[in-house]
Design a protein around this ligand. Structure first.
Ligand code: PBG
Length: 332
């Protein structure tokens, strides 16, 4: 009788030995919890397509932030739903805008908790695009596209107002060309040279953002985002995007979404040395929630497996709506 030469099962026999040879370990210090803030009082409304995720008004926000901080999660990512929207998204860069107000409060409550500000205009524009648009109407149908360079100026104002309110990290998600350079100069000119930029370098035009657009009320009113967000089919282009962000002064790179783009995460990790962020987006969250509610999957096991996969693919940091749950589960 012949025996197998190699017995891989020797290192799988007990929890103790599996733990000892484990290559990838999730850590609560890697998580960023997104939060949606809105106007009003006493608001804590669950988002229909994202069970367990809420809109908070400034007066209900404290309890949520208390919980995040007590779990040891080091950072939050803020999204704002403004009272009014207009063509240029001016409530996105108002000194008393909802994100700015929430930032000031959180920094007052928890000076050590990192506030990451998503720098984009789609939540604040009435047309739902990520910058200023040119439109024309043909047979009653509106067509239009985002004007790159004019939008850079508005996005820079947004980033500077977020930094002024106390944001620790600026995370531009708008996918205009030159946005890192524009925002870096704006921050530097205004005395925020120490504030890092976490660039959404590689952001695909993805159907996985669907639930977020309900949550942020930011679905484009005409057209789509394919003229500025990337084609899901492209990988080499991701390297070009990341390359220009590095040259323009980005401090961290991001790949978004995560689950269907693990090869992109791996490629960016192998080609660049900057800290790499994976965004486990809204649609990835909602799919898991829906299947778990049906009793079709084990939510905890699936979530930890997904997050481990993102880290194994090369992500250092994960933005996830599961951050609080995962932090709890990791504590055992
Ligand atoms: C803003 C922005 C979006 C997301 C993060 N920042 C939406 C979009 O580009 O349409 C998506 C996040 C998610 O789906 O969880 N531009």
């Amino acid at each position: 009788m012949s025996f197998p030469i190699t017995r891989h099962r020797r290192l799988r026999g007990t929890a103790g030995i599996r733990g000892m040879v484990r290559e990838t370990v999730l850590n609560v210090l890697d998580f960023i919890q997104p939060i949606f803030v809105t106007y009003g009082t006493g608001v804590k409304n669950e988002i229909g397509s994202m069970p367990g995720v809420y809109h908070f008004s400034l007066d209900t926000l404290k309890a949520e932030v208390d919980e995040i901080a007590s779990l040891g999660i080091p950072a939050v990512l803020l999204f704002g739903i403004p009272e009014t929207k207009d063509a240029i998204g001016s409530s996105g860069f108002a000194e008393d805008g909802i994100v700015q107000e929430a930032t000031r409060l959180i920094k007052q409550w928890y000076p050590e908790l990192l506030v990451v500000a998503d720098t984009c205009l789609c939540e604040f524009t009435d047309h739902g695009h990520c910058g200023m648009v040119h439109t024309h109407t043909v047979d009653g149908v509106v067509h239009g596209d985002v004007i790159n360079d004019a939008s850079l100026e508005l996005l820079t104002r947004t980033a500077v107002s977020q930094a002024r309110a106390g944001a620790d990290i600026i995370a531009p998600s708008n996918m205009m060309d030159g946005f890192v350079q524009a925002i870096r100069s704006g921050l530097d000119e205004n005395g925020f040279e120490h504030v890092p930029i976490m660039s959404y370098s590689v952001k695909y035009a993805s159907a996985f953002y669907g639930p977020f657009r309900e949550a942020a009320d930011s679905a484009p009113q005409f057209g789509n985002r394919k003229t500025y967000q990337m084609d899901p089919a492209n990988l080499r282009e991701a390297i070009r995007e990341a390359d220009s962000d590095v040259l323009e002064g980005a401090d961290m790179l991001m790949v978004k979404p995560a689950l269907a783009y693990l090869d992109v995460i791996r490629t960016i990790r192998d080609q660049f040395d900057l800290p790499l962020v994976a965004y486990n987006v809204s649609g990835e969250y909602s799919m898991v929630k829906a299947a778990a509610q049906q009793g079709w999957i084990d939510e905890q096991a699936v979530v930890l497996e997904m997050l481990t996969g993102m880290k194994r693919a090369g992500a250092d940091i994960i933005i996830t709506y599961f951050a609080k749950d995962a932090a709890r589960w990791l504590r055992g």
